[in-house]
Write a protein that binds this ligand. Structure first.
Ligand code: HEC
Length: 192
């Protein structure tokens, strides 16, 4: 009896300390100070697409030097994806994770093309309608960060996304499997 209580206590302590280390969540979770806790399981979410060396209109020559060989990989939480399939719109508590990775060309048996390497950063775009004035918020994590503050409501992230995103400030025009759904549901802004 005493042993099983000890085991129970040990497990209880372990799971209580878990959130700070590893957060397996499909909903946004915040610290008491309002920072977003990094969702460590985003690689189990739905994969939307990857970009290679995308510069988004940042001065192309400078951007090519810095970003030219970087990949980005975009994931969305499963419940938001399922809802999008039915409506072409993003529900409250949608979370996008976009990881940025460096790349290489020559290694092992590979001689041409590019493959992905180290994580350089993780960006989050999420919808939490009651918490944020724009309904959506942006966060940038360096690889070591466990938490991040919301970027200001007038950040360049917000401006570019709300002006250029094809569906509700997200870049569905670059996620090929979602384009036909948004078009069929009438949520795709035609001029994007
Ligand atoms: C000049 C325009 C521009 C700016 C500024 C910008 N983004 Fe984006 N963002 C894009 C584009 C284009 C994509 C599509 C990427 C792809 O296809 O791989 C994207 C995709 C994303 C995604 C994937 C989900 C979505 O909304 O489509 C996240 C997350 C994201 N950006 C976060 C950020 C954060 C955080 C910032 C600010 C630090 C930021 N972005 C600034 C253009 C921009």
């Amino acid at each position: 009896m005493r042993v099983s209580v000890l085991i129970w206590l040990a497990l209880g302590c372990f799971s209580a300390s878990l959130p700070a280390q590893q957060v397996q969540t499909n909903e946004p979770k915040y610290t008491n100070e309002g920072q977003l806790i990094k969702p460590d399981n985003y690689r189990e979410w739905i994969y939307l697409s990857s970009g290679l060396g995308m510069t988004y209109g940042i001065v192309e020559s400078a951007a090519n030097t810095v970003f030219g060989d970087r990949f980005d990989n975009v994931f969305v939480n499963p419940q938001a994806y399922k809802s999008f399939l039915g409506t072409g719109a993003w529900p409250d508590k949608t979370i996008f994770a976009m990881e940025v990775r460096s790349s290489a060309s020559k290694g092992s048996i590979n001689k041409g093309g590019r493959y992905q390497e180290e994580l350089v950063g993780l960006e989050i775009h999420l919808k939490d309608q009651t918490r944020f004035p724009n309904k959506w918020a942006f966060f940038a994590f360096s690889p070591a960060d466990k938490t991040a503050k919301p970027l200001p409501a007038n950040s360049s992230c917000q401006t570019c996304h709300s002006q250029n995103g094809a569906v509700d400030e997200t870049f569905v025009q670059f996620y090929p499997t979602l384009i036909p759904i948004a078009k069929a549901k009438g949520t795709f802004k035609a001029d994007k």
